[in-house]
Design a protein. Structure first.
Length: 269
């Protein structure tokens, strides 16, 4: 039994291991509303049973797992993006284990990484942002823990990837402002990244509501927020001639320059 991350959409963004697990499966379960058809059809055997999970309930999926356990079938459960993020995987994984199935999770490319790639942005620019917060707006169908508020995460001022919030952009923007992001904070709005109809819009925080309303973006939309999205790349210490590690000795003059720059709190050039 394999839970396979299909990636953000494009069939060629699935991992080699994920494609191999689909090819080995007797039964492939996938959500047609979230996973591109080619992710399944390009890899599944001609005689494999294909089940669209968007049309059935959780109990029906568990019944399929029970049949797999009884008949010795190999199952590939294909999830969009990476199963570790909002994949509803844990309850299925636990149930499959209880049924005596050998279970594994095959990671996939998350949509936030794909969105940053399409936008041509690094989310962790030295001396601008060195952390990424993955979260969503509180409320909605699934309750959030009381300690997890968007405005509290926003107080860190670092890069954020906000999922499952496009239907309530007014509230999302209010919370980001309340947390300290100014109106001119760079934002990337990413709709169905890597699908044929993908849309990537670069804008300011105070433009997000109007753009989402104009483009009717309320599903399959991710927001990247933070100063790193508008910053120029800065010199990485890792590749500085004055930095040393197991495989490289430092240049003496560059090493001295690097130490002086760190002591003075200046950016390295």
């Amino acid at each position: 039994m394999s839970f396979v991350g299909a990636g953000p959409g494009a069939a060629d963004l699935i991992t080699l291991r994920g494609a191999r697990r689909i090819a080995e499966a007797d039964v492939v379960v996938w959500a047609a509303s979230l996973v591109m058809e080619e992710c399944v059809t390009e890899h599944a055997r001609a005689d494999a049973e294909l089940v669209d999970s968007s049309k059935i309930a959780h109990e029906d999926v568990l019944a399929l797992y029970r049949r797999a356990a009884a008949e010795g079938l190999k199952v590939a459960r294909v999830h969009s993006g990476d199963p570790a993020l909002w994949g509803a995987v844990q309850e299925q994984y636990d149930a499959a284990e209880e049924l005596g199935l050998d279970v594994e999770i095959v990671p996939g490319v998350s949509s936030f990484g794909a969105a940053a790639a399409v936008a041509g942005r690094e989310l962790t620019i030295p001396e601008v942002a060195q952390s990424v917060v993955l979260t969503r707006l509180e409320g909605g169908k699934t309750p959030m823990p009381s300690r997890e508020k968007l405005r509290e995460f926003a107080r860190h001022g670092t890069s954020m990837a906000i999922f499952l919030s496009a239907a309530r952009t007014t509230k999302m923007v209010e919370e980001l402002r309340a947390g300290g992001y100014p109106d001119d904070t760079p934002v990337v709005i990413a709709y169905r990244t890597s699908w044929p109809d993908e849309l990537t819009v670069r804008c300011r925080l105070d433009e997000v509501e109007a753009i989402c309303k104009q483009r009717k973006l309320w599903r399959h939309t991710l927001f990247l927020v933070g100063a790193a999205l508008g910053a120029k790349g800065t010199r990485s210490h890792l590749y500085h001639a004055g930095h040393f590690h197991t495989f490289r000795k430092p240049d003496a003059d560059a090493r001295r320059q690097l130490r002086e720059s760190r002591a003075a709190g200046r950016p390295t050039t």
